[in-house]
Design a protein around this ligand. Structure first.
Ligand code: PRP
Length: 182
C-alpha cells in the first residue's frame, strides 16, 4: 500500500513490513541470548514506546517493562552532551537482566549517560537495543548489542521518531525533506 503524502516527507526509508520482519529477527536473537532468564525492557520516552511494545511482543522470554525520560541540554548549539533523568524508573533494577530500548542512537550521549547511570544500580546485566543506529553522527562510543537498522545521516520520522512532536504514529520510517528539518 502506498503511504499517504504528508507535509515535509520525502520518501519511505523502511516500510511497515520491513520493520516488522526485522523486529522479529532481532527479537529472536534476543530471546536466544537471554534464554532461561527474565528480561527487563527499559524504554526511553517518548520515542522508544512504539519500538518497545513491538519488540516485547516478539520476545519468547518473560518480560517486564519500565520507562524513564531524559532531558538534554547543550551549552553551545554545536555541543550536545549534558543529559539528566527527568522521569526515573518506577522500580529497582538490582540483580536484573536489563535491556535499554532506544528508537535511535545518534551522538551516543544519551545511551552512554543511561548506561553509566543504570550500571551503578547493580543490574545483573545491561545492554542496549536500538531500532535505528546513525553511526555517522556518533561522538561518544557506546556498545550497541542489538540494532534493527543502520541509517544514513538524514532526519527521519515515524515508528516513534518525531518532527516537532509530529509523525511518531507512522507505521513506517520516512526521510524528511532537507529544507523542512534543517
Ligand atoms: C532521541 C532518542 C534518544 C536520543 C538519541 O530522543 O530517543 O533518546 O535522541 O540521541 P543521542 O544519541 O544524540 O543522545 P529525543 O531527545 O529526540 O526525545 P524523544 O524520544 O522524546 O523524541
Amino acid at each position: 500500500m502506498t503511504p499517504p503524502t504528508l507535509p515535509g516527507i520525502e520518501r519511505v526509508l523502511f516500510t511497515e513490513e520491513q520493520i516488522a520482519r526485522r523486529i522479529s529477527e532481532v527479537g529472536e536473537e534476543i530471546s536466544q541470548r537471554y534464554q532461561g532468564r527474565e528480561l527487563k525492557l527499559i524504554g526511553v520516552l517518548k520515542g522508544a514506546v512504539f519500538f518497545l511494545t513491538a519488540l516485547a511482543r516478539a520476545l519468547r522470554v518473560p518480560v517486564k517493562i519500565d520507562f524513564l525520560a531524559i532531558s538534554s541540554f547543550s551549552t553551545r548549539p554545536s555541543s550536545p552532551g549534558v543529559v539528566r533523568i527527568a522521569k526515573d524508573l518506577d522500580e529497582s533494577i538490582e540483580g536484573e537482566d536489563v535491556l535499554l530500548v532506544e528508537d535511535i542512537v545518534d551522538t551516543g550521549f544519551t545511551a552512554r549517560y543511561l548506561l553509566e547511570t543504570l550500571a551503578a544500580r547493580g543490574p545483573n546485566s545491561l545492554a542496549v537495543c536500538t531500532l535505528l543506529d546513525r553511526t555517522s553522527r556518533r561522538i561518544v562510543q557506546v556498545p550497541v548489542a542489538f540494532r534493527c537498522f543502520e541509517i544514513p545521516d538524514r532526519f527521519v520520522v515515524g515508528f516513534g521518531l518525531d518532527y516537532r512532536q509530529l509523525y511518531r504514529n507512522l507505521g513506517y520510517i520516512a526521510v524528511m525533506k532537507p529544507d523542512w528539518s534543517e
